[in-house]
Design a protein around this ligand. Sequence first.
Ligand code: ZN
Length: 413
Amino acid sequence: MQPLTIRHGKLPAEFISMPPVSSRSADPTGATAGFYVADVHIAKGRIDSVSTTAQPAPDALNADGCYVLPGFVDIHVHGAMGRDVMDADPHGLLEMARFFAGHGVTSFMPTTMTASPAETLAAVDGVSRAIALQQTLTTAAARGARMLGIHLEGPFISPQFPGAQPANQIRPPDVHEFETLASAGPVRMITLAPEQPAAAALIEAAQRRGIITVYGHTAATYEQCQAAIALGVQQATHTYNAMSGLHHRRPGALGATLSDPRVYAQLIADTIHVHPAAMNILARCKGADRTVLITDAMRAAGLPDGQYSLGGQDVFVHEGECRLADGTLAGSVLTMDKALPNFLAAADQSLAELWPTSSRTPAMSIKVDHEIGAILPGYRADLVLLEENTLEVAATIVQGEIAYLRHVARRQI
Ligand SMILES: [Zn+2]
């Protein structure tokens, strides 16, 4: 693995340790307030140093006119490019990983649908095999984004809030089934309905294994959510969607999410699942350090409108909206590079304020922010370069290697 330098990118100011006044080059127009131009030196897959003065480098990528941010982390995503985690196909998961890298994602959590025990187990095994296969590939372009472990969305959710999860497979929390799944592969997160019987035992079992518990697809009252939060369930799956809503005398799961500062709030920022005004409210309540942008994308992501399937059900994709035959929203075709600008626009805040929502905050929410989500010495060199004017992805660096490069001419050797 060769050293690599990212030259002249605009980095969030907090990653520049006391730059010399003379070399600070923040744009006086304010267009890049909160960012400084710097070089990022990468060695052995990790950030070696960040410098504001030019140093010789054997290999460099010119990031002039680009923001350089920690790579996007998508902790809730089901599919893309015709592939789905439930296909249990390692090659399909790798195709997803490459597609995501093309959209700035450096790590993601393949997410299961509510399904039978056998299908769920097969999906967990598929991700295990995909991770093993990924490690045998020799280039970052072939490996794509790294898989951080599995997010189990269900099956222990509320039949009252199935969303597009197949209702006939929803079942009460079963610690034995959960232990079987968690023993079969790298399960890192589970979305469950905390008001269901025996949910507390399952939460404790998950926590013993270091698995992040999340409430979602839930009819829980505010008080039931508070009890779950006290047990350590401190994240909400796709906030607003498939959860008890906010009534001024019955604040519900949404009220618990918006009001409790401990809770991380996942958001599908496609402006379809959640109205921009509701996204704005979320930004005000949760801020950059508790809002977690997700895609919840399904297999139609990256493909044209048409008919697809999700959890064994037909899904009709039309102009970016994915719906079951009865009109229920069924996942998205969102990508993280669209989610971030959507959220900035809805929140009416700057990239300098909200960039963490697509990388550092998701990393914090799954307790890996000591490894990823920052551009600091020792961190994994997972980076995304965004065109300054359009926020389009110019390049994606995964563990110090170029996984995606939009403009080949940028490379300067
Ligand atoms: Zn989902």
